[in-house]
Design a protein around this ligand. Structure first.
Ligand SMILES: [Zn+2]
Length: 493
């Protein structure tokens, strides 16, 4: 069985190797003049649309400037990551693919894949994809500017666009860090002894496999919430926050109230055709219909609140009041709360148990928290209203260039988008982009680590024995995975 699976997995790997490969024509046409970095990292379509010189600039901006700075920013911001880096529990390399997609594709994504090596040891591989379309020069109306002579696009030089890109890239790198540091919950890796499907699985086998996977993998609101905490979440999702504010008929010059938020979470943001009682806030959190709102807005708010609860359990709070009675929120406290949650997961405490313990039993487990957050819980509604009102107050201060940022990497009131300077060279020992436009195997050494996901923990990772969750497949040899396409491949944006 192991052999069959390994063969299958290597087939899948081979298949994915072929996707980003160049057509021969492109190499033929440009072979002699194509800079090596462009040849390695850029897709044929990107080459056809943006041209060699600009893509060369783009690749270098990502590979030698923005991405290593993002990795260093995360390493130095979270003591848990710093310690993991010292223990080689974070990867040192990753692939980069520059694609071109003008059809609503995100600016950047991280894709991972579960693999088995020749000795059937489980490992994860990952890659960063950057969409060149989102970094093309535009006029003030937002229209693409084409070169009058060649018709090609140029890479943007606009500072705000580059800063926004650096923010998104930091978000993506947070996913990558957690892929290694919190692998169990990120990938749904479960007990290798139990989770190995036979070659011709019965319905019960598959059902058990799905159940184990679902009990292990983090909910989307959690991993997107964590990643959104390290970007300018309040700026990026401004429109959704405005909707939260104005729902119920208020204007944009008002303030958030716990009651208004509870009403919004319990009664609105409904997918078409669903009644409130079928839906409640849980669907918000579980992103059944609108990733943008649920995972990146509700998920962000939920993770900020969990970070505050983690801080509370150490006797501190991010919230304090100025002498004239205004609430202020300390991002550093929330950052350290998030650090503690990630560390606990890494050390094998499940998300269920963390939520139970930091809330002193007020939330029974992850699902209970999803159900109750804001919609049916006063404390979380009060905290969230205070946080959003603080953002509003900062945003409305005179003379600012930007709204409050919402990133726990900086004070919420700094008036810039990022500390990353896309014109400055940098190096990091973590997740260096190597000369590959494909999935690159993680070098993280997790031997002896027993980390946790939502409700289950892994058995201790150990060389030669870790198999992880594996795909089920149809009797005819076609690939089909139980339940979720993310079962073996995963992607985030
Ligand atoms: Zn994401």
């Amino acid at each position: 069985m192991r052999r069959t699976l390994a063969a299958l997995l290597s087939l899948i790997l081979l298949f994915s190797l072929h996707i980003p490969a160049f057509a021969g024509d492109v190499f033929g046409q440009y072979a002699s003049e194509l800079p090596a970095e462009v040849a390695i990292h850029c897709s044929e379509e990107a080459l056809n649309v943006m041209g060699v010189e600009d893509l060369d600039k783009l690749v270098r901006m990502v590979k030698y400037r923005a991405q290593p700075q993002a990795a260093e920013l995360l390493r130095t911001s979270f003591p848990a990551f710093e310690e993991a880096a010292r223990n080689n529990q974070l990867g040192t390399r990753i692939g980069l693919n520059i694609l071109y997609d003008d059809n609503n594709a995100p600016m950047a994504t991280v894709v991972w894949e579960k693999n088995l090596d020749d000795e059937d040891r489980f490992f994860l591989s990952y890659i960063i994809n950057i969409n060149a379309f989102t970094l093309a020069q535009r006029d003030e109306a937002g229209n693409l500017i084409r070169d009058p002579e060649t018709g090609m696009l140029h890479m943007t030089t606009d500072q705000t666009s580059l800063d926004a890109f650096a923010c998104i890239l930091t978000h993506e790198m947070m996913h990558v860090f957690m892929d290694d540091y919190n692998r169990c919950g990120m990938s749904g890796v479960v007990d290798p002894e139990v989770e190995f499907l036979p070659a011709y699985p019965t319905d019960e086998d598959v059902a058990a496999e799905i159940a184990a996977y679902e009990a292990t993998v983090f909910p989307r609101w959690f991993f997107e919430g964590c990643a959104t905490m390290v970007e300018d979440a309040y700026i990026v999702m401004q429109q959704s926050y405005d909707e939260l504010m104005t729902f119920g008929g208020g204007g944009l010059d008002g303030w958030y109230s716990p009651e208004g938020l509870r009403f919004a979470f319990a009664e609105t943001l409904l997918p078409d055709g669903l009644e409130p009682e079928e839906y409640e806030a849980m669907a918000d959190m579980q992103s059944c219909y609108d990733l943008r709102v649920s995972a990146y807005v509700s998920g962000y708010l939920a993770c900020q609140y969990l970070a505050e609860l983690a801080a509370n359990s150490k006797g501190i709070s991010a919230c304090s009041y100025t002498p004239d009675g205004f609430e202020t929120i300390d991002s550093a406290v929330l950052r350290s709360g998030l650090n503690d949650i990630l560390r606990m997961l890494h050390e094998g405490v499940t998300l269920d148990d963390i939520i139970y313990s930091i809330s002193n039993g007020r939330f029974y487990d992850t699902e209970d928290f999803e159900r109750a957050f804001i919609a049916d819980d006063d404390d979380s509604a009060v905290f969230t209203a205070g946080l959003l009102n603080y953002y509003l107050r900062v945003t409305r201060e005179n003379g600012r260039s930007f709204p409050a940022n919402g990133s726990v990497l900086y004070p919420f009131d700094v008036d810039y988008l990022t500390q990353i300077d896309c014109t400055k060279n940098a190096q990091s020992g973590l997740y260096q982009i190597i000369d590959s436009n494909d999935l690159v195997g993680s070098t993280a050494n997790l031997d002896g680590v027993s980390d946790a996901g939502k409700s289950l923990s892994t058995l201790t990772y150990r060389s030669g024995a870790m198999l992880g969750a594996v795909p089920a497949y149809g009797y005819d040899g076609d690939y089909s995975y139980p339940g979720d396409p993310a079962y073996i491949y995963g992607g985030y944006y």
